[in-house]
Design a binder for this molecule. Structure first.
Ligand code: ATP
Ligand code: MG
Ligand code: MG
Length: 348
């Protein structure tokens, strides 16, 4: 097919569109919000809510394959699209990763280590969960959380009530606090033929719950590096996955613990744009259109840094730095915590 539909018009959709264009494909963005960053670089944009059935049908009709950069597309919208055109990666990956409880159970079923967790539908369950898991712990909404939003930390058991109130009645899970030395992630891809390719794991530092930097290579020994890749492969194969997936991991003295997975290109994979011949965006496009996966081996060390809010003031300085590749998302409105762009600093 020659037109790739993308649900969601944020920066991930934008960078997917650029990668698709380089390979000669057109992209069609479906996005409820006005002026999506991906709209500038896509061939076509549909601005409509996910409840607009006619718009969804027309969109699906215009596309040869549909993918997403946004995980919270309503099920009914996906049903409508899928009646006309294939969605890659599949619905199962989306269903599982939309809900932290389902996701934790799925990862556990694969024999992977996850943080101790308990379902918290109400305050009674919260009390029981704190008794079971103890403190410190983190309460997270099951759905819709990102960049640390929808989370409350319990430093001690007595914080249970206020943490639960912070969820505003949304179903949540309580997670035991993992004593990790650092965080890494693996960006992995799988083709329809079942080939799997992983990018080198990156080491991630968060600031105020938002990814701040990703550094490659990550501090991992040979066996940890092998484990990280095998875990990603296991997840991909068990879902019969097609496309790119991000796996966030905690490094502990008892091995790697999976924090969460994202069924899409991932912020911690942006370094691949300047560290590999084929980056995560092109790899995803290749996978979903059935091309062979590209060579994602790292040819240079890189530090990726997100440009958030006022970080944009440093753009002139970065523009003069010969070791910096700038990636700006074309967002006109700066807000605190809003991702405006990123840099990839080549480490020579
Ligand atoms: P993202 O933007 O990555 O989707 P998110 O809102 O889904 O973020 P998480 O990845 O669950 O949030 O958590 C954000 C960060 O909080 C983690 O990267 C880690 O630093 C810390 N964190 C989350 N869960 C735990 C845990 N169980 N133990 C220790 N730290 C944790
Ligand atoms: Mg997340
Ligand atoms: Mg995360």
């Amino acid at each position: 097919g020659s037109t790739i539909g993308i649900l969601g018009g944020g920066q991930l959709g934008r960078m997917l569109s650029v990668a698709a264009a380089r390979l000669g494909f057109r992209t069609h963005i479906f996005e409820p919000g006005a002026n999506p960053p991906a709209g500038d670089v896509a061939h076509a944009v549909t601005t409509a809510p996910y409840e607009d059935e006619a718009a969804l049908r027309a969109f699906a009709n215009a596309c040869d394959v549909v993918t997403f950069e946004f995980e919270n597309v309503p099920t009914a919208a996906l049903d409508l699209i899928e009646a006309q055109v294939a969605i890659r990666p599949g619905r199962e990956a989306l269903r599982i990763s939309q809900d932290r409880l389902t996701e934790k159970k799925f990862l556990e079923s694969l024999g992977l280590q996850v943080a101790p967790f308990a379902d918290v539908p109400d305050m009674d369950a919260m009390t029981a969960a704190v008794e079971q898991i103890g403190a410190p712990a983190i309460l997270k909404t099951r759905r819709f959380g990102y960049d640390g939003k929808g989370q409350a930390r319990l430093h001690k058991a007595e914080d249970a009530q206020t943490a639960f109130a912070d969820m505003n009645g949304a179903p949540a899970i309580l997670e035991g606090f993992v004593d990790f030395s650092h965080e890494v992630s693996v960006i992995a891809a799988r083709s329809p033929a079942g080939d799997v390719a992983c990018f080198d794991p990156g080491e991630n530092v968060h600031r105020d719950g938002i990814l701040h930097t990703t550094t490659v290579p990550a501090r991992l020994n040979t066996s940890q590096r092998m484990d990280a890749v095998l875990m990603a492969g296991k997840i991909l194969n068990s879902l019969d996955y097609v496309g790119v997936l991000g796996v966030e991991l905690f490094v502990t003295s008892e091995g790697l613990v999976v924090n969460e997975i994202a069924p899409r290109v991932h912020n911690s994979g942006h370094w691949t744009q300047n560290g590999c011949t084929v980056d995560q965006f092109e790899q995803h496009i290749r996978a979903i259109v059935g091309w062979p996966l590209g060579d994602g081996s790292r040819h240079t060390d890189v530090v990726m840094e997100n440009l958030i809010g006022a970080d944009m003031d440093r753009v002139p300085e970065y523009a003069n730095d010969k070791d910096v590749a700038l990636h700006l998302y074309g967002k006109t409105e700066t807000k605190p915590g809003r991702k405006m762009g990123h840099i990839n600093r080549i480490v020579r």
